[in-house]
Design a binder for this molecule. Structure first.
Ligand code: HEC
Length: 321
C-alpha cells in the first residue's frame, strides 16, 4: 500500500482562509487503515510484563510484540475491560482491570486512519464516530481529544509495545499511584523499574543526557475538539514526564457531522531540535488515543502501534508484522 497524494486547490474564500490552509488532501483517494481503539483500564507496562497478570508476557519478553498478538481483538477487549467485571478467556477467568467502570461508556471506537505527505508536511487523518458518550466531567474545557503518539523508532520499548511503554503502574489513576500525579514517562528514564513502576528516582544525569542525545523520546500531537469550534493543536514530549514541547509544531483541523469526526493533524517533516526531522531512514511508529465525553487521563481509548514509512513523496501506514 503506497500512494501519492494530489494537491487539490480550494477556492480562497475568506471563510476558508479562516478555516485553515488553502490546500487540502483529497482523503477520499487515500486508502485507510482500520484501527480499533479500546478502553485499556489499568493495564500498565508493568502489568503487561507480568505473566500472572497478562499471559502473553513471557512471549513478549522472548520477542513477540503486543500488536502482533492483539490487533483484531480490540473490539472484544474494550467492552469486557470497561465492564469492570471479571474477564473471561478460553484459558479461564481474570480479575477486572477497571475499578471505576462508567455506565453506558462504549468499550471501543472504530477509526479509519490515513497518512499522506503533502509538500513539506506529514498529514495524519482520522475518521471515527464516538457513539453515545456519557459526560465524565474530568476535562470541562474539551469534549473530545485526538492524540497521535509519534515514536521516531529510537524508543525500543515503544517500537514493540506502543503507548504501554509510556504508561506505568504508578501514574495518576493507576493501581500503584498512591495519590501521586505522575504523568507518562519512558522506562529508561528511571533508575529502576519494579512491578509498581519507576517512582520518582531518575536515572543518573549522564544517562539521561545520553538518552536525550540518542533521540529517546515520544512526540505527542494532539487535537482538542469541541463541536462547532475550531480545533486546537498541542504538542508535547514524553521523556521523564509528559510535558509541553518548547513550541507547538502541529496544526489541527476537524469537522463533525452526525456524530462523525474527521480530524487532520499536520506536522512539518523538518522541525529542528528537540523534535525528530522526518526522513526516510527509519520505520516510525504511530499510536492513537481518543478521549471522549470530557474525559481525562487513563479514561481514553487507545490503539496498538502502527508502522509509518516515508519514501519519496509517499507515506504509508501498516500493521506491525
Ligand atoms: C503471545 C501473545 C501476546 C503478547 C505478545 C501480548 N499479549 Fe496481551 N494478552 C494475551 C492473552 C492470551 C491475553 C488474555 C488474558 C490472559 O491470558 O492474560 C492477553 C490480554 C491482554 C489484555 C487484556 C485483554 C482483555 O480482554 O481483558 C491487555 C490490555 C493486553 N493483553 C495488553 C498487552 C500488551 C500491552 C502487550 C505488550 C506489552 C501484550 N498484551 C502482549 C496474549 C499476548
Amino acid at each position: 500500500m503506497s500512494y501519492k497524494i494530489k494537491l487539490r486547490s480550494l477556492a480562497l474564500s475568506s471563510a476558508l482562509l479562516l478555516a485553515g490552509p488553502a490546500f487540502a488532501a483529497d482523503w477520499a483517494k487515500v486508502p485507510g487503515l482500520d484501527v480499533t481503539l479500546f478502553l485499556p483500564g489499568q493495564s500498565s507496562w508493568e502489568w503487561a510484563l507480568t505473566t500472572d497478570s497478562m499471559s502473553g508476557a513471557a512471549d513478549f519478553r522472548k520477542g513477540k510484540d503486543c500488536a502482533v498478538c492483539h490487533i483484531g481483538e480490540e473490539k472484544d477487549m474494550g467492552p469486557q475491560i470497561a465492564a469492570g467485571t471479571p474477564r473471561q478467556f478460553k484459558t479461564g477467568e481474570k480479575p477486572p482491570i477497571e475499578p471505576e467502570p462508567v455506565a453506558g461508556k462504549p468499550g471501543a471506537i472504530q477509526a479509519t486512519v490515513k497518512v499522506a505527505r503533502e509538500g513539506a508536511n506529514l498529514l495524519v487523518h482520522l475518521d471515527f464516530a464516538e457513539g453515545t458518550q456519557p459526560d465524565m466531567h474530568q476535562d470541562p474545557a474539551t469534549a473530545t481529544t485526538v492524540t497521535v503518539m509519534f515514536n521516531n523508532g529510537k524508543v525500543p520499548e515503544a517500537n514493540r509495545g506502543g503507548c504501554w511503554a509510556a504508561c506505568h503502574d504508578d501514574q495518576a489513576g493507576m493501581p500503584s499511584a498512591q495519590g501521586a500525579t505522575r504523568t507518562m514517562y519512558l522506562p529508561k528514564t528511571r533508575a529502576k523499574l519494579t512491578r509498581q513502576g519507576g517512582g520518582d528516582t531518575l536515572a543518573a544525569p549522564d544517562q539521561l543526557d545520553g538518552l536525550r542525545a540518542a533521540g529517546y523520546q515520544l512526540e505527542y500531537w494532539q487535537a482538542q475538539l469541541n463541536p462547532g469550534q475550531p480545533a486546537k493543536a498541542v504538542t508535547q514530549i514524553v521523556f521523564d514526564k509528559r510535558a509541553p514541547a518548547p513550541r507547538n509544531i502541529v496544526t489541527a483541523e476537524a469537522t463533525q457531522a452526525a456524530g462523525h469526526w474527521s480530524v487532520t493533524l499536520t506536522r512539518p517533516l523538518a522541525t529542528g531540535a528537540p523534535f525528530t526531522d522526518l526522513g526516510t531512514d527509519a520505520p516510525y511508529y504511530l499510536a492513537f488515543a481518543i478521549h471522549t465525553g470530557h474525559s481525562a487521563h487513563r479514561a481514553h481509548y487507545v490503539s496498538y502501534e502502527r508502522v509509518l514509512q516515508l519514501s519519496g513523496d509517499a507515506a504509508t501506514l501498516s500493521n506491525p508484522k
